[in-house]
Write a protein that binds this ligand. Structure first.
Ligand code: SF4
Length: 267
């Protein structure tokens, strides 16, 4: 239930988290599983299928593959099998945006929804956080291709009464001490896609153990920084924007050492 209401609706989004992530962000909230030393369980293709089926049988509105790109052959096989079985719910590709553009058409054959981040417009910041200044260029190209493949999210219903079926919603996390990065990211999104682009502007930044050693990432986002980001988005005229209410609860800040990583989820 911790995803955007467009995806969680009333019965939740069926998130499946994959271990490992090519980005290695300093502030990753999934740091317990996204680094290279994760001891996340290994499952066979049949177990993977049963996990997905279990979620579908619980009535989730979509299957939501989180950081999926490096497991793509397995996900591709799973999704093809589920469609052959008559499963109709949307499949959602939930990623950093740091992708090989040549792979997007292949993802789009099976995925209905893309939810990419657009984290950094500033290549120096990308280098500082994930040690790769190519992020802005790669993510821009990926986002263009995703929107060309699927269009904007439909329906875009911030109440969650009509969960999304298809299209693209872009996420951006506002970082402490880096409101200028947010302004530049929003400027580019507005210029490239116009004011109807569905956008989730996130304020939930919390320092991870690694980030606590590197100011300004060693503190939560200040409310006035988030307010400046929202003001900029409003000045740019974005119409389909999800804004996080204050204060941010830690209900959906994960702890993967627990059997139930998100305490805000029902049992
Ligand atoms: S892209 Fe997301 S999952 Fe990957 S390291 Fe960065 S914050 Fe974590």
């Amino acid at each position: 239930m911790g995803e955007e209401p467009c995806f969680t609706g009333r019965r939740g989004s069926g998130t499946i988290f994959f271990a490992g992530c090519p980005c290695h962000c300093l502030f990753c909230q999934n740091w317990q599983i996204s680094g290279s030393g994760s001891d996340a369980p290994i499952v066979s293709e049949d177990e993977f299928y049963r996990v997905a089926l279990g979620l579908i049988q619980r009535g989730v509105h979509n299957l939501n593959f989180v950081t999926p790109e490096h497991y793509w052959p397995h996900i591709e096989a799973l999704c093809a099998r589920l469609r052959d079985d008559g499963v109709k719910i949307p499949f959602l590709f939930n990623s950093s945006g740091y992708l090989l553009p040549a792979m997007i058409p292949r993802y789009a054959k099976l995925m209905d929804i893309f939810m990419p981040d657009f984290k950094f417009a500033d290549s120096a910041l990308a280098r500082a956080v994930m040690r790769d200044e190519r992020y802005p260029e790669r993510a821009r190209e990926s986002l263009r291709l995703m929107v060309a493949e699927k269009g904007f999210l439909e329906p875009f219903d911030p109440t969650g009464a009509n969960p999304a079926r298809q299209g693209v919603l872009v996420r951006h996390l506002v970082l402490p001490g880096h409101v200028d990065n947010t302004r530049r990211a929003l400027d580019w999104l507005r210029e490239e896609f116009g004011r109807w682009l569905p956008l989730s502007l996130m304020s939930q930044y919390q320092p991870t153990p690694a980030a606590r050693r590197q100011p300004p990432f060693d503190r939560p986002l200040a409310r006035h920084e988030y307010d400046l980001a929202v003001e900029h988005a409003e000045n740019l005229g974005f119409e389909n924007i999800l804004i996080q209410p204050a204060p941010i609860s830690d209900d959906f800040f994960p702890d993967f050492s627990r059997r139930k990583p998100f305490k805000g989820n029902p049992d």
